[in-house]
Design a protein around this ligand. Sequence first.
Ligand SMILES: O=C(O)C1=C[C@@H](OP(=O)(O)O)[C@@H](O)[C@H](O)C1
Ligand SMILES: C=C(OP(=O)(O)O)C(=O)O
Length: 422
Amino acid sequence: MNKQSFSVHLTAVKNTIKESEIKITGSKSESNRLLILQALYPDILIENLSTADDTIDLQKILSTKSNTYNVGHAGTAMRFLTAFFASNPNSAEVVLTGSKRMQERPIKILVDALKTLGADITYLDKDGFPPLKIKGKNLLKNNVNLVANISSQYISALMLIAPNLPQGLEITLEKEVTSLPYVQMTYALLSALGAEVSFNQYQISIRPLTKIKKHHFFVESDWSAASYFYSLVALTSTAKVRLNTFKQDSLQGDALLQQLYEPLGVKTKFITKNYIELSKTPRKLPLYFEANLLETPDIAQTIVVTCLGLGIGCKLTGLHTLKIKETDRLVALKNEIEKLGGELSLTSSSLNLAPCSKLNKNIQINTYNDHRMAMSFAPLVLKTPLTIKNAEVVSKSYPKFWDDLEKLSISVKKHYKNLLLK
Ligand SMILES: O=C(O)C1=C[C@@H](OP(=O)(O)O)[C@@H](O)[C@H](O)C1
Ligand SMILES: C=C(OP(=O)(O)O)C(=O)O
């Protein structure tokens, strides 16, 4: 996990990228769900698994025997493994921990729910936060209430273990469900596997499953990763980028990019069953772009930075989960946008960007251990040269990001401490 740190200096011909084709890695959300399901039902075969650190680390943990496991920055791995270890009566006592930031990301709602079902979990440091000590048990109770407005990952974590529980599971959700498409993704994967599952607004019911129906799963590529190419195309004057492997009936909420970026001048076309082509359409931009991203929180940074580059205003709501992600993303955005000359005002669940006609030059962007801070600011290179610090953070979800950017004829110069390598 100790990667060598580097910054990247980005330059490009103004408003221009080369027409190109990019193979985006598998969805980390689909991959991480399928890895947990595969650990429960070993006959599952997975194709196009994500190469994200979050997925590779989860895969290693699931295939290694140890007393202590470290998930690094991976929220899904932390939440899914807590439920997995707690419900596995054959698992020895384990300690589950993560990065310094992971130890500040709340997990109490999930731990309380698992304890209600009979789990044996203790906090090793601060109450409500990792690290956790978990002793695996047979969870015999089969109904639980869960607060649903903080992180959908708690819901998915319980759903993933449910078909393997002796009595299945009934979950009653309280408060408005946040990041709903991720719960629907979990539901869809369980149904495809053959589980008897129902999901009616606040009630989820999953029956025990012994014999799976579907064995072979192909992971669609990651729409959140595709968002950076939407931003690049929006910031060019004319461009075409082809991305694969995507599906028209995606399980990923971030496929909404196709509609969200239309008013920002990006057209999406499925040119074959699995290839999309993004192209720039000449159109009058709105003065203000507005959207509620309650269901698609991971693309908030991409969108606000696109609007900054386009010189238009932006009002995004539904962002209350951003402050408990890899960093407080609202504060991080404000700091970096203001360095560039933009003006961003925040509430605890929304942001408002004022139209900005000119960006400051040669700014160094801090990334706060957040892959999405690095990747969302990179497209601004089409407007002004800039440096992204600690650029290695992208490997959390998209290790080849900087290589793929070079395919578009963007110059990416890596600076390792005192060494200039490329
Ligand atoms: O279940 C998942 O795969 C995810 C759910 C979302 O988290 P929240 O439900 O905490 O918003 C999302 O932000 C994260 O990147 C991946
Ligand atoms: C929030 C994210 O991931 P996680 O919560 O799984 O760490 C993300 O990838 O943007």
